[in-house]
Design a binder for this molecule. Structure first.
Ligand code: SF4
Length: 431
């Protein structure tokens, strides 16, 4: 049996795409082995979002070449998109496949069109009129949560972000294909489906009459069964009233929104080319929290964007302190060559970025604890992901990781629990 080993860097979409490539290769007779083993085929799905991701991607490619110098090596992902020629110069790399064609990797390898001396670069321009290829699910999965990519690309061009240059314009998967994919996953036993994309709120942008809300309505109408839908991150301005209504009335739609904030300073938001103000963020988030009680709201925040002063940072801290957030994802700004912000003046020192990041991470811990304590005594439905030594854990619909005692293995089941408190930063419940 031929063997294949994978390494994925970067975002959730990359991880979902690796799973799809894996699925195809298993169906073509490959056995998946650990990346540290000598494999016949290595697939490296790269990321280029910061210069650190570039460095890591290169290191992983070198590791594959060292593990088995005779192997076929395929490099795909965002770095393959931006730096195909440079990667092709690495001796031993056989294929460099851009993001548009990565879903065809199994087919490309099978066609035997291997670059023996010269590396084969497959990188086609991406057209916004294309829709995403449907995915057929095979029976190789064992988990409770599945990810469905509904959308790719972004054309917002935030000044710190390279993604619009690597992922191309917004394209969406046909609604019928999304429904079919979810039906297959639910039939395979998945109980939670996360809709992902690069800019998920732009779903349907190039498909007249379609939007994320309409897609959700269609899924909820057309897919019967005991499952729930979760959304990956969504921009503030793309959260429609209809989406909030669906969250209020549909128990199958998780009460969970991940809304990037990035900064609480209007001046910084303008330089980032983000299209909202701190006041708009504050009022919409407070409105949503009032309309959907218990909703788990998560924000991304970036510290140390060029020119971020102490005053700007104080605005961010003040805004976050006063919002009912479940969690914060904190990032230190890192200049990405090729983006406008990389050449902005007044780059912030690493030491200051680290200090600001620490302040926000401390606030995040306090807010997480306070959020859970505010729900003590409530009933929550947990989708159980793990059980051992008499303890089970999983996530509630509002994205709280909850642990409870049970003598039974309840993996893959929805279990109603009563929230009791927080112990060592984890929510505990009785069942
Ligand atoms: S919305 Fe902004 S941060 Fe998000 S992928 Fe697009 S350009 Fe990057």
């Amino acid at each position: 049996m031929k063997t294949v080993a994978f390494h994925t860097l970067g975002c959730k979409v990359n991880q979902v795409e690796t799973e799809q490539i894996k699925d195809e290769l298993i169906s073509n007779g490959y056995q998946v082995i650990d990346f540290s083993q000598p494999a016949d085929l290595y697939i490296i799905n790269t990321c280029t979002v910061t210069h650190v991701s570039d460095r890591k991607s290169r290191a992983v490619i070198r590791r594959a070449l060292k593990n088995n110098p005779e192997a076929t090596v395929v490099v795909t992902g965002c770095m393959a998109e931006l730096e195909a020629e440079k990667i092709a110069e690495m001796k031993g790399v056989n294929y460099v496949v851009g993001n548009r064609d990565k879903h065809r990797i199994a087919q490309i390898i099978d066609s035997g069109n291997k670059g023996n001396k010269d590396t084969l670069i497959i990188r086609e321009p991406i057209d916004s009129r294309e829709s995403l290829a449907p995915v057929f699910c095979h029976n190789h999965h064992e988990r409770t949560r599945a990810f469905v990519k509904i959308q790719d690309g972004c054309q917002s061009f935030c000044t710190y972000c390279i993604v619009p240059y690597t992922r191309g314009p917004v394209r969406s998967k046909e609604p019928e294909d999304v429904v079919q994919e979810i039906k297959q996953l639910v039939n395979l036993g998945y109980r939670e489906v996360v809709l992902t994309g690069i800019h998920t709120g732009q779903y349907g942008r190039s498909m007249p009459g379609w939007s994320l809300d309409r897609l959700l309505e269609k899924i909820l109408e057309s897919v019967p069964g005991d499952y729930r839908i979760r959304l990956s991150s969504i921009e503030l301005g793309e959260i429609s009233d209809r989406l909030i209504e669906l969250m209020q009335n549909e128990s199958r739609l998780c009460r969970h929104l991940h809304i990037p904030l990035q900064s609480g300073s209007d001046a910084v938001l303008r330089r980032m080319r983000r299209h909202y103000s701190r006041e708009e963020y504050r009022s919409r988030v407070l409105e949503i929290a009032g309309l959907v009680p218990g909703i788990g709201l998560v924000a991304d925040v970036m510290v140390g964007f060029p020119g971020e002063t102490e005053g700007d940072f104080d605005f961010t801290v003040e805004l976050i302190q006063n919002l009912p957030l479940l969690d914060l994802h904190v990032f230190k700004y890192s200049p990405r060559p090729g983006t406008p912000a990389a050449s902005f003046p007044e780059q912030v020192e690493q030491k200051i970025k680290a200090e600001r990041s620490k302040v926000l991470l401390d606030i995040a811990r306090q807010k997480h604890k306070a959020f859970i304590e505010g729900l003590i005594g409530q009933n929550l439905t947990v989708l159980v992901e793990e059980c051992h030594s008499g303890k089970c854990n999983g996530f509630s619909d509002n994205y709280i990781n909850i642990e409870f005692s049970s003598p039974h293995d309840m993996c893959g089941l929805f279990v109603e629990v009563v929230l009791e408190g927080v112990y060592r930063n984890r929510a505990v419940a009785s069942f």
